[in-house]
Ligand binder design. Structure first.
Ligand SMILES: *Cc1c(COP(=O)(O)O)cnc(C)c1O
Length: 343
């Protein structure tokens, strides 16, 4: 069992949150003279601070109760909230598995938190032998697991992840930004089993709403209580709440796009494998491919000359580029451009 009172920062436990007009009266009808809004216009009213309508829709979509859902201004806000709720600047630590998403380290640096970075093994899986000694590390508050992982594109083994959650006394954050593209099941069911798990998903990738900035966290209500205390009261705009709600009303469009992207991913991978410049195409559970090539920096620059922008990851994984799966026509242009490159 975890002791939340010992994990949460003392000042956060003591914090008396801002009480907004919509906290004090949350009814929908009436003459509103409590929030100093302009009575005219369409976007004149402050949004619902707890996004109840949207959470009800997310609850139906994910089969998880509303009191276990938190919505953030992108997953990035949720990552930052995890730091600010649990980590004392200058003394606490987090653990990540490298290479992984860069925001964990940036958020750690912003909050003056030390990062213990454990390399994934050669199959990009977690090496439990290496993690074990750290599970009882003093001041280690958070463990971040990205699955499917960015930029390696694979999913972490279920048993390794569950071992970590069940043996760690701190908080485990699973980042499932790419789960919709994976054939492997989500870890979401573990939220009901482990009170120290925060599972994140996002509308930025498969739902095609990166511009709307809406991320989801699924976790125990006792943790959500702290997120709500810390977040800016109106963290998701009415426009963005409505945009996501509308998208959830068109779930077939989402499904068709995910199917198309997965199919294109496999076609792109098969074609890349045939090329001379390719050393390896790593198996992907995401909407991108990690590709080891003969000279990543050269290929990256040549593609830019062709007006095609991929991510050069050679500084993270030797001679690797990360390619986001595009539309069929875009993928063909990439393949044709690569064919003209000789090393
Ligand atoms: C893209 C991505 C996100 C999404 O972040 P948002 O702030 O929700 O747009 C989260 N985690 C990982 C690993 C990602 O690659």
């Amino acid at each position: 069992m975890i002791e939340l009172n010992k994990l949460v920062r003392e000042n956060v436990i003591r914090l008396k949150p801002y009480s907004s007009a919509r906290d004090e009266f949350s009814g929908k009808t009436g003459i509103f003279m409590d929030a100093n809004e302009n009575p005219y216009g369409k976007l004149n009213r402050y949004p619902d601070p707890y996004q109840k309508e949207l959470k009800a829709a997310v609850s139906r979509l994910k089969g998880i109760s509303e009191d276990k859902i938190f919505l953030g201004n992108g997953s990035d806000e949720i990552i930052d909230l995890c730091f600010r709720v649990f980590c004392n600047p200058g003394s606490d630590k987090i653990l990540t598995f490298s290479p992984t998403y860069g925001m964990y380290e940036v958020s750690a640096a912003i909050n003056d938190i030390e990062v213990i970075s454990i390399p994934l093994n050669e199959s990009f899986q977690i090496d439990l032998q290496k993690v074990r000694p750290y599970l009882s590390e003093k001041n280690l508050k958070l463990i971040f697991i990205c699955s499917p992982n960015n930029p390696t594109s694979n999913s972490m083994n279920h048993s390794d992840v569950e071992y970590i959650i069940s043996s760690f006394r701190g908080i485990v954050i699973i980042d499932e930004a790419y789960i919709d593209f994976s054939e492997k099941p989500s870890f979401i069911d573990l939220v009901n089993k482990y009170p120290n798990l925060i599972l994140m998903q996002t509308f930025s990738k498969a739902y095609g709403l990166a511009a709307a900035r809406v991320g989801m966290a699924f976790t125990a209500p006792s943790i959500i209580k702290y997120f709500n205390k810390m977040k800016p009261p109106y963290n998701i705009s009415s426009i963005n709440q409505k945009t996501v709600l509308d998208k959830l009303g068109k779930i077939k469009e989402y499904k068709d796009q995910v199917t198309k992207i997965r199919k294109e991913r496999e076609r792109l991978a098969a074609n890349l494998k045939k090329m001379d410049i390719t050393e390896k195409v790593f198996p992907s559970d995401a909407n991108f491919l990690l590709v080891k090539v003969k000279n990543a920096t050269f290929i990256y620059k040549e593609l830019i000359n062709n007006n095609i922008i991929v991510r050069n990851r050679t500084n993270v994984i030797d001679n690797c580029i990360r390619i986001t799966v595009g539309k069929k026509t875009e993928n063909n242009k990439l393949l044709n451009a690569l064919k003209t490159i000789s090393i």
